[in-house]
Structure formats: C-alpha cells, structure tokens
Design a protein around this ligand. Structure first.
Ligand code: ZN
Length: 154
C-alpha cells in the first residue's frame, strides 16, 4: 500500500483502520437502490446498496475492491452518510469535493464532515482524488437511480 506513504501520519491511521476493517461491507438484501462505480485510472471498483426511507438513507452497504484510499473512502462514507437525507448528502459531497480538490494549504470548511476530513491529504495527489471521490459519484448515481454504471472519467 505504497500510496499511504503519500499521506500524512494523521490520516494514515484512520485510513488503514478502515482498509483493514471495512465497515458496512456486503449487500443490503432489500436495497431499493444500487449503483456500480469504476475508476479506470486505479482499477477501483465499488458497488453500493442503499435502502431509502423516503428521502433518507436507512441502510447503506458496499462491495468491491480497490486501493486503500478508495476502500477507506467508501467505508467511512457508509458510516458517515447513514441516516442522512439526499439534500444532506449533496451538501456534504460539495464540502468533501472542495476539501480534496482545493489548493494545498488552503483552509476549507470541514464542519459536519467528521472522519471524512481525513481525506484532505489527497489534494496533494490529483491521481488519488478520483480514488477518494469514486464512492461519492457512485452514491449520487444510486440516489438518482441512474441505471448505468458510473466512472470517474467524465
Ligand atoms: Zn484507487
């Protein structure tokens, strides 16, 4: 997992924990939404299963395999976004996207991001931004019920 050497010590611990012990891995048997994501630059693959309660994420699980950053990203995402509404997810995605794509050294708004804020370190490595955002793009597709597989190549 050489890419972890690129990240700061602070981030490494959380990311390593989620890579070794991914949370919410598996299917949601009665999921009403499902989407697949693929990041061809790195080979990361993720499938998200979502059960909605109205506009709110009642249950969210994932399957797939990829690099440490993509695995930690989807694991932390499923923890952080369970119980959130679609609007809350969109607001958090905007913050997360700003966090990982802003200029190095620029302070961005990390309120409400919780553990997701550990991905700030990937902004130094543009190739890794797609690993960190793959699960978000996939979740958006699931919530919009887009029938096609998503890719980070837009
Ligand atoms: Zn990756």
């Amino acid at each position: 997992m050489s890419e972890l050497n690129e990240l700061g010590e602070l981030y490494r611990e959380v990311i390593l924990d989620h890579t070794k012990h991914p949370r919410n891995k598996g299917v949601v048997p009665d999921a009403d939404r499902k989407a697949e994501g693929y990041n061809p630059l790195c080979g990361d693959r993720v499938t998200l299963y979502v059960k909605l309660d109205g506009d709110r994420i009642k249950e969210i699980h994932f399957e797939g395999s990829g690099c440490a950053i993509s695995t930690a990203s989807v694991s932390i995402l499923t923890e952080a976004l369970k119980g959130k509404t679609k609007n809350e997810v969109n607001a958090l995605f905007e913050k997360f996207h700003t966090l990982v794509t802003s200029d190095v050294g620029l302070k961005t708004d990390t309120s409400d991001l919780g553990k997701l804020a550990v991905f700030e370190g990937v902004r130094e490595f543009p190739m890794r931004v797609k690993c960190a955002t793959l699960s978000w793009h996939t979740l958006k597709a699931a919530l919009e019920n887009s029938p096609t597989a998503v890719t980070t190549e837009e």
